[in-house]
Design a protein around this ligand. Sequence first.
Ligand SMILES: [Zn+2]
Length: 325
Amino acid sequence: MTFRQCALALILAASGCGGAPATRIDEPAIAKDFHLIPGSFRPGRGPDGNTVVYDAPGGLVVIDTGRHPEHSKRILDYAAARKLPINAIVNTHWHLDHTSGNTEIKAAFPKANVYATQAIVGALDGFLAESIPQSEEMLETSTDLAPETRATIERDLATIKSPAALLPDITVDTPMTIDVDGRALEINLTDHAVTEADIWIWDAATKTVIIGDLITTPAPFFDTACAEGWRAALDAVEEKPFERVVAGHGATLDRSGYLAWRRAFDNLLSCAVAHDGAECVSGWMTDAAQFIREDEKDRAGRMIVYYVDNVIRSSEARERFCRAR
Ligand SMILES: [Zn+2]
């Protein structure tokens, strides 16, 4: 099977089992002025990435907006509870589990500027456009789709067909800072890492990195990734004296947790140089054991096998996702 043929299958297969993480809107602040709205990865449906709300007196900055309407509602509920407007949205990357909620947020707060890279434009013409016929066929011909799976596919189709809220109002094509009530959030760029161009955020005041999908659990999400660019991006992050890293999926890590994840990631890539997915999976499960819940083990294993065989070791995927490196 080519990479293209299984792009959608992956999203579904990867979400096919495992339990729901705790999803509490009253999660304690992860650092002063930062509030986490955790994503989810429930059986039978696509994931929602984590959202971080930067809570400033003049308004909120929302970093990633999830996929499903329930997730967007939690963001809007938070803004309502704080009686503050959402002034800006930052999308760490264009994957729909981080951007679909832009639609609801922009509808409620039309003045909220979207900060994002131009990679979404290429994705809408390529990867996402290609997924439309696959998705439509699946909706039409699969009689036994779980309702939650069907809802994810319909949600993704609706987002891809009406993507205005995903396009940047402010294009991030060079590192920049967003000034929020006198405090600068530093926005950094990657070159062909998780997508063609991703964003990660550094807050010097709290020594916090909001890293998007450069860190995910229970496995690295390689759907559109270039391994070399990803490694280079992590090298750049490591130059910051951070004390915590907010992951795109999964729990927030301290520096030693981050370094353990990084070791597991590097070992996986080294394994994939000479071995296939089935041979690399046990290494990941051992190295990353602290990041994989018991009920996630099957899914994590399937993801690793899929990604090693179909992305990391695939010359077609490499050609596509590392193109300009
Ligand atoms: Zn994600």
